[in-house]
Write a protein that binds this ligand. Sequence first.
Ligand code: ATP
Ligand code: MG
Length: 551
Amino acid sequence: MANFIEQIIDGDLAKGLDRKSLRFRFPPEPNGHLHIGHAKAICLNFGLGEKYQAPVNLRFDDTNPEKEEQAFVDAIKEDIKWLGFSWAEEKYASDYFQTLYNWAVEMIKNGAAYIDEQEQSIIIEQRKNPGEPGIESPYRNRPTDESLALFQKMKNGEVEEGAMVLRAKIDMNSPNMNMRDPVMYRVLKKPHHRTGDTWKIYPIYDWTHGQSDYLEKISHSLCTVEFENHRPLYEWYLNQVKPQEELGPKQREFARLNLSYTVTSKRKLQKLVEEGHVSGWDDPRMPTISGIRRRGYTPQSIREFCQRAGISKRDNLIDVSLLEFTLRDELNKTAQRVMCVVDPIKLIIENYPEDQTEFIQTENNPEDPASGTREIPFSREIYIEREDFMEEASGKFFRLTLGQEVRLKGAYIIKATRVEKNEKGEIITVFCSFDPLSKSGSGSLESKRKVKGTLHWVSVKQAVSCKVRIYDRLFTHPSPDADKEVDFLTHLNEDSFKETEGFAEPFLAQAKMGDSFQFQRLGYFCVDKDSQKDKLVFNKTVGLKDSWKKD
Ligand code: ATP
Ligand code: MG
Protein backbone atom coordinates (compact mmCIF):
# COMPACT_ATOMS: atom_id res chain seq x y z
CA MET A 1 0.00 0.00 0.00
CA ALA A 2 1.18 3.48 -0.79
CA ASN A 3 2.36 5.47 2.24
CA PHE A 4 0.83 8.88 2.83
CA ILE A 5 3.65 10.71 1.02
CA GLU A 6 3.15 8.51 -2.03
CA GLN A 7 -0.57 9.22 -1.81
CA ILE A 8 0.17 12.97 -1.91
CA ILE A 9 2.39 12.51 -4.95
CA ASP A 10 -0.17 10.27 -6.68
CA GLY A 11 -2.79 12.91 -5.97
CA ASP A 12 -0.62 15.61 -7.56
CA LEU A 13 -0.05 13.42 -10.62
CA ALA A 14 -3.78 12.80 -10.88
CA LYS A 15 -4.34 16.58 -10.79
CA GLY A 16 -2.07 16.97 -13.79
CA LEU A 17 1.44 17.31 -12.42
CA ASP A 18 3.84 16.12 -15.11
CA ARG A 19 5.57 12.91 -14.01
CA LYS A 20 8.81 14.22 -15.46
CA SER A 21 8.79 17.13 -13.05
CA LEU A 22 9.03 14.89 -10.00
CA ARG A 23 12.29 15.51 -8.20
CA PHE A 24 13.40 14.88 -4.61
CA ARG A 25 16.37 15.66 -2.41
CA PHE A 26 18.08 14.53 0.75
CA PRO A 27 19.44 17.63 2.55
CA PRO A 28 21.89 16.81 5.38
CA GLU A 29 23.75 19.48 7.28
CA PRO A 30 27.44 18.46 7.27
CA ASN A 31 27.82 19.03 11.02
CA GLY A 32 28.11 15.40 12.08
CA HIS A 33 27.70 11.85 10.94
CA LEU A 34 24.46 10.36 9.67
CA HIS A 35 22.47 8.21 12.04
CA ILE A 36 19.68 5.65 11.77
CA GLY A 37 17.10 8.47 11.72
CA HIS A 38 18.73 9.90 8.62
CA ALA A 39 18.61 6.43 7.09
CA LYS A 40 14.84 6.71 7.25
CA ALA A 41 14.87 10.04 5.39
CA ILE A 42 17.39 8.64 2.87
CA CYS A 43 15.29 5.51 2.25
CA LEU A 44 12.17 7.65 1.90
CA ASN A 45 13.60 10.15 -0.60
CA PHE A 46 15.72 7.74 -2.63
CA GLY A 47 12.92 5.17 -2.41
CA LEU A 48 10.55 7.69 -4.03
CA GLY A 49 13.19 8.30 -6.69
CA GLU A 50 13.26 4.57 -7.46
CA LYS A 51 9.49 4.20 -7.38
CA TYR A 52 8.75 7.18 -9.63
CA GLN A 53 11.94 6.97 -11.70
CA ALA A 54 12.72 10.51 -10.62
CA PRO A 55 16.07 12.18 -9.83
CA VAL A 56 17.11 12.67 -6.19
CA ASN A 57 19.70 15.30 -5.32
CA LEU A 58 22.08 15.20 -2.44
CA ARG A 59 22.15 18.72 -1.06
CA PHE A 60 24.42 19.77 1.75
CA ASP A 61 22.69 22.34 3.88
CA ASP A 62 25.92 24.15 4.67
CA THR A 63 24.84 27.51 6.06
CA ASN A 64 26.61 27.34 9.43
CA PRO A 65 30.41 27.41 9.02
CA GLU A 66 30.90 27.22 12.81
CA LYS A 67 29.90 23.59 12.94
CA GLU A 68 30.44 22.24 9.45
CA GLU A 69 33.42 20.48 7.94
CA GLN A 70 34.54 18.84 4.72
CA ALA A 71 35.25 15.62 6.65
CA PHE A 72 31.54 15.33 7.47
CA VAL A 73 30.65 15.90 3.80
CA ASP A 74 32.92 13.01 2.81
CA ALA A 75 31.58 10.70 5.51
CA ILE A 76 27.96 11.46 4.60
CA LYS A 77 28.60 10.61 0.94
CA GLU A 78 30.27 7.36 1.92
CA ASP A 79 27.34 6.38 4.15
CA ILE A 80 24.71 7.06 1.47
CA LYS A 81 26.67 5.07 -1.10
CA TRP A 82 27.08 2.25 1.36
CA LEU A 83 23.31 2.16 1.86
CA GLY A 84 23.16 1.50 -1.88
CA PHE A 85 21.77 4.78 -3.20
CA SER A 86 23.13 7.15 -5.81
CA TRP A 87 22.17 10.77 -6.21
CA ALA A 88 21.46 12.66 -9.40
CA GLU A 89 23.38 15.83 -8.50
CA GLU A 90 25.59 16.83 -5.61
CA LYS A 91 24.55 20.31 -4.52
CA TYR A 92 25.42 22.72 -1.74
CA ALA A 93 23.28 25.47 -0.27
CA SER A 94 26.49 27.53 -0.39
CA ASP A 95 26.29 27.31 -4.22
CA TYR A 96 23.32 29.64 -3.88
CA PHE A 97 24.77 32.26 -1.51
CA GLN A 98 25.04 34.89 -4.24
CA THR A 99 21.54 34.25 -5.61
CA LEU A 100 20.10 34.31 -2.10
CA TYR A 101 21.89 37.59 -1.42
CA ASN A 102 20.54 39.15 -4.63
CA TRP A 103 17.03 38.05 -3.71
CA ALA A 104 17.41 39.49 -0.21
CA VAL A 105 18.41 42.84 -1.74
CA GLU A 106 15.25 42.72 -3.88
CA MET A 107 13.19 42.02 -0.79
CA ILE A 108 14.64 45.03 0.99
CA LYS A 109 13.83 47.15 -2.05
CA ASN A 110 10.26 45.76 -2.01
CA GLY A 111 9.86 46.64 1.65
CA ALA A 112 9.77 42.96 2.62
CA ALA A 113 12.95 42.96 4.72
CA TYR A 114 14.84 45.36 6.97
CA ILE A 115 18.01 45.65 9.01
CA ASP A 116 17.44 45.41 12.75
CA GLU A 117 20.20 46.78 15.01
CA GLN A 118 18.78 45.50 18.27
CA GLU A 119 20.45 42.86 20.34
CA GLN A 120 19.38 39.27 19.80
CA SER A 121 17.94 38.97 23.32
CA ILE A 122 15.68 41.98 22.71
CA ILE A 123 14.52 40.60 19.38
CA ILE A 124 13.60 37.34 21.09
CA GLU A 125 11.88 39.17 23.94
CA GLN A 126 9.79 41.27 21.54
CA ARG A 127 8.52 38.17 19.77
CA LYS A 128 6.49 37.39 22.93
CA ASN A 129 4.32 34.26 23.03
CA PRO A 130 1.77 32.90 20.56
CA GLY A 131 -1.20 34.09 22.62
CA GLU A 132 -0.09 37.75 22.80
CA PRO A 133 0.88 40.32 20.19
CA GLY A 134 4.58 40.84 19.54
CA ILE A 135 6.36 44.19 19.67
CA GLU A 136 7.56 45.72 16.45
CA SER A 137 11.22 46.68 16.23
CA PRO A 138 11.89 50.44 16.14
CA TYR A 139 13.90 49.72 12.97
CA ARG A 140 11.02 47.96 11.24
CA ASN A 141 9.94 50.92 9.17
CA ARG A 142 13.34 52.49 8.53
CA PRO A 143 13.97 53.82 5.01
CA THR A 144 14.84 51.20 2.39
CA ASP A 145 18.09 52.98 1.50
CA GLU A 146 19.34 52.70 5.07
CA SER A 147 18.67 48.95 5.16
CA LEU A 148 20.30 48.51 1.75
CA ALA A 149 23.43 50.37 2.82
CA LEU A 150 23.71 48.48 6.11
CA PHE A 151 23.16 45.11 4.41
CA GLN A 152 25.99 46.00 2.06
CA LYS A 153 28.19 46.82 5.06
CA MET A 154 27.29 43.53 6.71
CA LYS A 155 28.30 41.72 3.56
CA ASN A 156 31.58 43.62 3.32
CA GLY A 157 32.60 42.61 6.82
CA GLU A 158 32.32 46.17 8.17
CA VAL A 159 29.88 45.15 10.89
CA GLU A 160 30.67 43.23 14.09
CA GLU A 161 29.05 39.87 14.78
CA GLY A 162 25.76 40.36 16.61
CA ALA A 163 25.51 44.08 15.84
CA MET A 164 22.66 43.71 13.34
CA VAL A 165 20.62 41.20 11.37
CA LEU A 166 18.41 41.20 8.30
CA ARG A 167 14.80 40.35 9.13
CA ALA A 168 11.84 39.55 6.93
CA LYS A 169 8.94 41.94 7.46
CA ILE A 170 5.94 39.66 7.91
CA ASP A 171 3.63 39.89 10.91
CA MET A 172 4.58 40.54 14.54
CA ASN A 173 1.11 39.42 15.65
CA SER A 174 0.98 36.12 13.81
CA PRO A 175 -0.12 33.16 15.94
CA ASN A 176 2.71 31.31 14.20
CA MET A 177 5.92 32.47 15.87
CA ASN A 178 7.97 31.65 12.79
CA MET A 179 6.15 34.47 10.99
CA ARG A 180 7.06 37.17 13.54
CA ASP A 181 9.72 38.84 11.41
CA PRO A 182 12.20 35.95 11.25
CA VAL A 183 15.91 36.59 10.89
CA MET A 184 17.25 35.95 7.36
CA TYR A 185 20.95 36.81 7.75
CA ARG A 186 23.47 37.17 10.54
CA VAL A 187 27.09 38.35 10.53
CA LEU A 188 29.53 35.50 11.02
CA LYS A 189 33.21 36.06 10.40
CA LYS A 190 34.11 32.42 10.09
CA PRO A 191 35.70 30.77 7.08
CA HIS A 192 33.39 28.33 5.32
CA HIS A 193 34.61 24.90 4.22
CA ARG A 194 33.67 25.66 0.62
CA THR A 195 33.42 29.42 0.16
CA GLY A 196 36.46 30.29 2.29
CA ASP A 197 36.20 33.86 3.59
CA THR A 198 34.19 35.24 0.70
CA TRP A 199 31.16 35.66 2.95
CA LYS A 200 30.88 37.52 6.25
CA ILE A 201 27.13 36.97 6.43
CA TYR A 202 25.32 33.65 6.31
CA PRO A 203 21.68 32.92 5.52
CA ILE A 204 19.43 31.22 8.08
CA TYR A 205 18.03 27.73 7.38
CA ASP A 206 14.44 28.79 6.65
CA TRP A 207 15.53 31.42 4.15
CA THR A 208 17.89 29.00 2.47
CA HIS A 209 16.02 25.74 2.34
CA GLY A 210 12.96 26.50 0.25
CA GLN A 211 14.89 28.71 -2.17
CA SER A 212 17.42 25.89 -2.68
CA ASP A 213 14.52 23.52 -3.35
CA TYR A 214 13.12 26.04 -5.82
CA LEU A 215 16.45 26.51 -7.62
CA GLU A 216 16.84 22.75 -7.98
CA LYS A 217 13.21 22.37 -9.13
CA ILE A 218 12.45 19.95 -6.31
CA SER A 219 8.78 18.95 -6.59
CA HIS A 220 8.30 17.51 -3.09
CA SER A 221 10.46 18.69 -0.22
CA LEU A 222 10.09 16.21 2.63
CA CYS A 223 11.15 17.02 6.14
CA THR A 224 10.37 15.91 9.67
CA VAL A 225 7.28 17.04 11.58
CA GLU A 226 9.01 19.64 13.72
CA PHE A 227 9.09 21.77 10.55
CA GLU A 228 5.34 21.61 10.08
CA ASN A 229 4.82 25.10 11.49
CA HIS A 230 7.67 26.40 9.34
CA ARG A 231 5.61 25.54 6.27
CA PRO A 232 3.82 28.95 6.10
CA LEU A 233 7.22 30.65 6.20
CA TYR A 234 8.60 28.27 3.57
CA GLU A 235 5.70 29.28 1.33
CA TRP A 236 5.94 32.99 2.17
CA TYR A 237 9.62 33.05 1.21
CA LEU A 238 8.92 31.18 -2.05
CA ASN A 239 6.30 33.76 -2.94
CA GLN A 240 8.91 36.51 -2.55
CA VAL A 241 11.11 35.01 -5.24
CA LYS A 242 8.98 33.06 -7.71
CA PRO A 243 6.28 34.28 -10.10
CA GLN A 244 2.83 33.71 -8.54
CA GLU A 245 1.64 31.48 -11.39
CA GLU A 246 4.59 29.15 -11.09
CA LEU A 247 4.14 25.99 -9.06
CA GLY A 248 6.83 25.88 -6.39
CA PRO A 249 8.16 22.96 -4.39
CA LYS A 250 5.77 21.47 -1.87
CA GLN A 251 6.94 20.94 1.69
CA ARG A 252 5.41 17.94 3.46
CA GLU A 253 6.28 16.48 6.84
CA PHE A 254 6.76 12.92 8.05
CA ALA A 255 7.45 11.53 11.53
CA ARG A 256 10.99 11.32 12.82
CA LEU A 257 12.33 7.90 13.53
CA ASN A 258 12.77 7.48 17.27
CA LEU A 259 14.38 4.25 18.31
CA SER A 260 14.11 2.85 21.82
CA TYR A 261 17.26 2.82 24.01
CA THR A 262 18.84 5.21 21.52
CA VAL A 263 19.37 8.93 20.96
CA THR A 264 19.22 10.22 17.40
CA SER A 265 20.39 13.78 17.53
CA LYS A 266 23.75 14.73 16.09
CA ARG A 267 24.34 17.12 18.95
CA LYS A 268 23.87 14.42 21.56
CA LEU A 269 25.88 11.90 19.60
CA GLN A 270 28.65 14.47 19.33
CA LYS A 271 28.59 14.85 23.09
CA LEU A 272 29.04 11.09 23.54
CA VAL A 273 32.09 11.26 21.27
CA GLU A 274 33.60 14.44 22.73
CA GLU A 275 33.23 13.33 26.34
CA GLY A 276 34.72 9.93 25.54
CA HIS A 277 31.69 7.82 26.47
CA VAL A 278 32.28 5.97 23.20
CA SER A 279 35.44 5.47 21.14
CA GLY A 280 34.29 7.63 18.22
CA TRP A 281 31.46 8.29 15.75
CA ASP A 282 31.88 4.74 14.49
CA ASP A 283 31.91 3.06 17.88
CA PRO A 284 29.84 -0.11 17.28
CA ARG A 285 27.37 0.98 19.99
CA MET A 286 26.59 4.24 18.18
CA PRO A 287 23.37 4.52 16.15
CA THR A 288 25.35 6.26 13.41
CA ILE A 289 25.45 4.60 10.00
CA SER A 290 29.21 4.17 10.45
CA GLY A 291 28.70 2.67 13.92
CA ILE A 292 26.08 0.17 12.90
CA ARG A 293 28.12 -0.73 9.80
CA ARG A 294 31.09 -1.49 12.05
CA ARG A 295 28.80 -3.44 14.35
CA GLY A 296 28.01 -5.76 11.42
CA TYR A 297 24.75 -4.39 10.06
CA THR A 298 24.24 -4.72 6.32
CA PRO A 299 22.76 -2.07 4.01
CA GLN A 300 19.91 -4.46 3.14
CA SER A 301 18.98 -4.93 6.79
CA ILE A 302 18.79 -1.17 7.34
CA ARG A 303 16.70 -0.62 4.22
CA GLU A 304 14.44 -3.47 5.23
CA PHE A 305 14.13 -2.06 8.74
CA CYS A 306 13.14 1.39 7.40
CA GLN A 307 10.55 -0.30 5.22
CA ARG A 308 9.11 -2.22 8.18
CA ALA A 309 9.15 0.86 10.43
CA GLY A 310 7.04 2.64 7.79
CA ILE A 311 6.29 6.30 7.11
CA SER A 312 3.82 7.95 9.41
CA LYS A 313 2.54 11.43 10.15
CA ARG A 314 2.98 11.39 13.90
CA ASP A 315 6.05 10.65 15.95
CA ASN A 316 6.31 7.25 17.51
CA LEU A 317 8.92 5.11 19.18
CA ILE A 318 10.15 2.11 17.22
CA ASP A 319 11.49 -0.76 19.29
CA VAL A 320 15.20 -1.30 18.68
CA SER A 321 14.51 -5.03 18.71
CA LEU A 322 12.85 -4.60 15.29
CA LEU A 323 16.23 -3.45 13.95
CA GLU A 324 17.96 -6.42 15.57
CA PHE A 325 15.29 -8.83 14.36
CA THR A 326 15.64 -7.63 10.76
CA LEU A 327 19.38 -8.21 10.80
CA ARG A 328 19.16 -11.57 12.55
CA ASP A 329 16.68 -12.69 9.93
CA GLU A 330 19.14 -11.85 7.17
CA LEU A 331 22.29 -13.21 8.85
CA ASN A 332 20.54 -16.47 9.63
CA LYS A 333 20.30 -17.02 5.88
CA THR A 334 23.74 -15.75 4.93
CA ALA A 335 26.24 -16.10 7.78
CA GLN A 336 28.65 -19.03 7.90
CA ARG A 337 28.49 -21.09 11.10
CA VAL A 338 31.81 -21.35 12.91
CA MET A 339 33.04 -22.21 16.38
CA CYS A 340 34.69 -19.73 18.68
CA VAL A 341 35.12 -19.86 22.45
CA VAL A 342 35.00 -16.39 23.94
CA ASP A 343 35.79 -17.15 27.59
CA PRO A 344 37.88 -20.30 27.46
CA ILE A 345 38.65 -23.07 29.87
CA LYS A 346 40.92 -25.95 28.84
CA LEU A 347 39.65 -29.49 28.60
CA ILE A 348 41.97 -32.53 28.32
CA ILE A 349 40.53 -35.78 26.95
CA GLU A 350 42.75 -38.25 28.76
CA ASN A 351 41.94 -41.34 26.71
CA TYR A 352 42.42 -39.56 23.34
CA PRO A 353 45.83 -40.28 21.66
CA GLU A 354 48.29 -37.49 22.37
CA ASP A 355 49.59 -36.72 18.88
CA GLN A 356 46.43 -37.45 16.94
CA THR A 357 44.41 -34.86 15.04
CA GLU A 358 41.28 -35.77 13.15
CA PHE A 359 39.08 -33.60 10.99
CA ILE A 360 35.39 -33.13 11.48
CA GLN A 361 33.43 -32.47 8.31
CA THR A 362 30.86 -29.74 8.85
CA GLU A 363 28.32 -27.75 6.84
CA ASN A 364 29.15 -24.08 6.40
CA ASN A 365 25.52 -23.04 6.67
CA PRO A 366 22.69 -25.54 7.00
CA GLU A 367 20.28 -22.79 5.78
CA ASP A 368 22.21 -22.52 2.53
CA PRO A 369 23.17 -25.87 0.92
CA ALA A 370 25.23 -24.06 -1.72
CA SER A 371 27.62 -22.81 0.97
CA GLY A 372 29.46 -26.17 1.06
CA THR A 373 31.40 -27.86 3.85
CA ARG A 374 34.74 -27.54 5.62
CA GLU A 375 36.87 -29.49 8.09
CA ILE A 376 37.53 -28.61 11.70
CA PRO A 377 40.48 -30.15 13.56
CA PHE A 378 39.80 -32.14 16.70
CA SER A 379 42.47 -33.27 19.18
CA ARG A 380 43.18 -34.20 22.78
CA GLU A 381 43.15 -30.67 24.18
CA ILE A 382 40.28 -28.37 23.45
CA TYR A 383 38.75 -25.16 24.74
CA ILE A 384 35.17 -24.89 25.87
CA GLU A 385 33.32 -21.92 27.38
CA ARG A 386 34.00 -21.46 31.06
CA GLU A 387 30.27 -21.09 31.67
CA ASP A 388 29.63 -24.48 30.05
CA PHE A 389 31.27 -26.28 32.97
CA MET A 390 30.32 -26.56 36.64
CA GLU A 391 31.81 -29.03 39.09
CA GLU A 392 28.41 -29.71 40.55
CA ALA A 393 25.12 -28.40 39.35
CA SER A 394 21.41 -28.69 39.76
CA GLY A 395 19.34 -30.90 37.50
CA LYS A 396 18.58 -27.92 35.25
CA PHE A 397 22.18 -27.48 34.13
CA PHE A 398 22.44 -29.42 30.85
CA ARG A 399 26.06 -28.64 30.19
CA LEU A 400 29.22 -30.30 31.49
CA THR A 401 29.52 -31.34 35.16
CA LEU A 402 31.60 -34.01 36.86
CA GLY A 403 30.22 -37.42 35.98
CA GLN A 404 27.75 -36.08 33.38
CA GLU A 405 27.90 -36.66 29.63
CA VAL A 406 27.59 -34.02 26.90
CA ARG A 407 28.30 -34.01 23.20
CA LEU A 408 31.02 -31.86 21.63
CA LYS A 409 29.28 -30.48 18.57
CA GLY A 410 29.90 -32.58 15.48
CA ALA A 411 32.33 -34.80 17.44
CA TYR A 412 32.20 -37.14 20.43
CA ILE A 413 30.38 -37.64 23.70
CA ILE A 414 32.60 -36.82 26.67
CA LYS A 415 32.33 -37.19 30.44
CA ALA A 416 34.13 -34.94 32.92
CA THR A 417 36.19 -36.84 35.50
CA ARG A 418 38.19 -34.34 37.58
CA VAL A 419 39.48 -30.74 37.66
CA GLU A 420 42.75 -28.98 38.38
CA LYS A 421 42.66 -25.68 40.28
CA ASN A 422 45.16 -22.93 40.90
CA GLU A 423 46.09 -21.66 44.35
CA LYS A 424 43.11 -19.26 44.29
CA GLY A 425 40.79 -22.20 43.85
CA GLU A 426 39.89 -21.36 40.25
CA ILE A 427 39.49 -24.21 37.82
CA ILE A 428 42.23 -24.12 35.19
CA THR A 429 41.78 -27.49 33.51
CA VAL A 430 38.94 -29.97 33.23
CA PHE A 431 39.87 -33.61 32.62
CA CYS A 432 37.50 -35.94 30.85
CA SER A 433 37.17 -39.15 28.87
CA PHE A 434 35.52 -39.67 25.50
CA ASP A 435 33.54 -42.48 23.95
CA PRO A 436 35.39 -43.36 20.70
CA LEU A 437 32.29 -44.99 19.23
CA SER A 438 30.06 -41.94 19.68
CA LYS A 439 31.31 -39.78 16.80
CA SER A 440 28.49 -37.75 15.23
CA GLY A 441 27.32 -39.03 11.91
CA SER A 442 29.27 -42.31 12.17
CA GLY A 443 26.03 -44.28 12.18
CA SER A 444 26.94 -46.33 15.27
CA LEU A 445 24.46 -46.98 18.02
CA GLU A 446 26.57 -44.82 20.34
CA SER A 447 26.50 -41.91 17.88
CA LYS A 448 22.73 -41.87 18.25
CA ARG A 449 22.81 -41.92 22.02
CA LYS A 450 20.88 -38.94 23.40
CA VAL A 451 22.67 -36.62 25.82
CA LYS A 452 21.21 -33.48 27.29
CA GLY A 453 23.74 -30.90 26.13
CA THR A 454 25.85 -30.06 23.08
CA LEU A 455 28.81 -27.72 23.47
CA HIS A 456 30.89 -25.80 20.96
CA TRP A 457 34.66 -26.19 21.21
CA VAL A 458 37.98 -25.32 19.57
CA SER A 459 41.07 -27.55 19.31
CA VAL A 460 43.91 -25.93 21.30
CA LYS A 461 46.74 -26.86 18.92
CA GLN A 462 45.19 -25.16 15.88
CA ALA A 463 43.26 -22.40 17.64
CA VAL A 464 43.46 -18.83 16.39
CA SER A 465 43.56 -16.36 19.26
CA CYS A 466 41.25 -13.39 19.00
CA LYS A 467 39.70 -10.52 20.89
CA VAL A 468 35.95 -10.54 21.19
CA ARG A 469 34.07 -7.34 21.91
CA ILE A 470 30.65 -7.77 23.39
CA TYR A 471 28.24 -4.85 23.36
CA ASP A 472 25.05 -4.08 25.10
CA ARG A 473 22.65 -1.18 24.64
CA LEU A 474 24.24 2.18 25.24
CA PHE A 475 21.32 3.35 27.40
CA THR A 476 19.32 1.64 30.11
CA HIS A 477 16.22 3.79 29.53
CA PRO A 478 13.86 3.21 26.56
CA SER A 479 13.67 6.96 25.84
CA PRO A 480 16.93 8.36 27.20
CA ASP A 481 16.24 11.93 26.08
CA ALA A 482 12.46 12.14 26.47
CA ASP A 483 12.56 13.95 29.81
CA LYS A 484 14.00 17.41 29.18
CA GLU A 485 14.67 17.89 32.91
CA VAL A 486 17.04 14.92 33.05
CA ASP A 487 20.43 14.77 31.37
CA PHE A 488 20.32 11.88 28.90
CA LEU A 489 23.82 10.87 30.02
CA THR A 490 22.44 9.75 33.38
CA HIS A 491 20.85 6.84 31.51
CA LEU A 492 24.14 5.57 30.06
CA ASN A 493 24.59 1.83 30.49
CA GLU A 494 27.87 1.40 32.38
CA ASP A 495 28.19 -2.18 31.17
CA SER A 496 27.69 -1.66 27.48
CA PHE A 497 31.17 -2.87 26.51
CA LYS A 498 33.26 -5.88 27.43
CA GLU A 499 36.31 -7.38 25.75
CA THR A 500 37.43 -10.98 26.14
CA GLU A 501 40.31 -13.08 24.82
CA GLY A 502 38.90 -15.97 22.86
CA PHE A 503 39.95 -18.79 20.55
CA ALA A 504 38.47 -19.54 17.15
CA GLU A 505 38.76 -22.50 14.82
CA PRO A 506 41.66 -22.12 12.33
CA PHE A 507 39.38 -21.39 9.38
CA LEU A 508 38.82 -17.91 10.83
CA ALA A 509 42.46 -16.96 10.25
CA GLN A 510 41.34 -16.11 6.69
CA ALA A 511 38.54 -13.80 7.81
CA LYS A 512 38.62 -10.26 6.46
CA MET A 513 37.39 -6.98 7.88
CA GLY A 514 33.61 -6.77 7.73
CA ASP A 515 33.04 -10.54 7.30
CA SER A 516 30.12 -11.83 9.37
CA PHE A 517 29.82 -15.22 11.05
CA GLN A 518 27.51 -17.03 13.34
CA PHE A 519 29.52 -18.17 16.34
CA GLN A 520 27.60 -21.29 17.20
CA ARG A 521 25.47 -20.95 20.32
CA LEU A 522 26.69 -17.34 20.87
CA GLY A 523 25.36 -15.06 18.18
CA TYR A 524 26.50 -13.16 15.11
CA PHE A 525 29.94 -11.56 15.03
CA CYS A 526 31.91 -9.58 12.47
CA VAL A 527 35.57 -8.78 11.96
CA ASP A 528 36.45 -5.31 13.27
CA LYS A 529 38.77 -2.81 11.59
CA ASP A 530 41.13 -3.06 14.61
CA SER A 531 42.02 -6.61 13.56
CA GLN A 532 45.67 -7.40 12.90
CA LYS A 533 47.20 -10.26 10.99
CA ASP A 534 47.93 -12.31 14.10
CA LYS A 535 45.14 -10.95 16.29
CA LEU A 536 41.65 -10.86 14.97
CA VAL A 537 39.12 -8.61 16.66
CA PHE A 538 35.45 -9.54 16.52
CA ASN A 539 32.42 -7.41 17.31
CA LYS A 540 29.30 -9.05 18.58
CA THR A 541 26.64 -7.85 16.16
CA VAL A 542 23.52 -9.37 17.68
CA GLY A 543 22.56 -12.44 19.71
CA LEU A 544 20.82 -15.52 18.34
CA LYS A 545 17.62 -14.60 20.11
CA ASP A 546 16.22 -11.44 21.57
CA SER A 547 17.67 -11.82 25.05
CA TRP A 548 16.83 -8.34 26.28
CA LYS A 549 14.53 -8.63 29.26
CA LYS A 550 11.27 -6.75 28.96
CA ASP A 551 10.76 -4.20 31.72
P1 ATP B 1 19.89 16.16 14.12
O1 ATP B 1 18.83 16.65 15.04
O2 ATP B 1 20.36 14.80 14.41
O3 ATP B 1 21.02 17.13 13.91
P2 ATP B 1 18.84 17.17 11.74
O4 ATP B 1 17.43 17.05 11.32
O5 ATP B 1 19.29 18.49 12.21
O6 ATP B 1 19.15 16.02 12.74
P3 ATP B 1 19.92 17.21 9.14
O7 ATP B 1 21.28 16.89 8.66
O8 ATP B 1 19.43 18.58 9.03
O9 ATP B 1 19.84 16.71 10.62
O10 ATP B 1 18.87 16.19 8.49
C1 ATP B 1 18.83 15.83 7.14
C2 ATP B 1 17.49 15.21 6.84
O11 ATP B 1 17.31 14.05 7.65
C3 ATP B 1 16.35 16.15 7.16
O12 ATP B 1 15.43 16.09 6.10
C4 ATP B 1 15.78 15.61 8.43
O13 ATP B 1 14.43 15.88 8.54
C5 ATP B 1 16.08 14.11 8.32
N1 ATP B 1 16.18 13.50 9.64
C6 ATP B 1 17.03 13.82 10.65
N2 ATP B 1 16.79 13.08 11.74
C7 ATP B 1 15.79 12.24 11.43
C8 ATP B 1 15.07 11.21 12.13
N3 ATP B 1 15.36 10.89 13.40
N4 ATP B 1 14.09 10.55 11.47
C9 ATP B 1 13.79 10.85 10.20
N5 ATP B 1 14.41 11.81 9.49
C10 ATP B 1 15.39 12.50 10.08
MG1 MG C 1 19.19 20.15 10.92
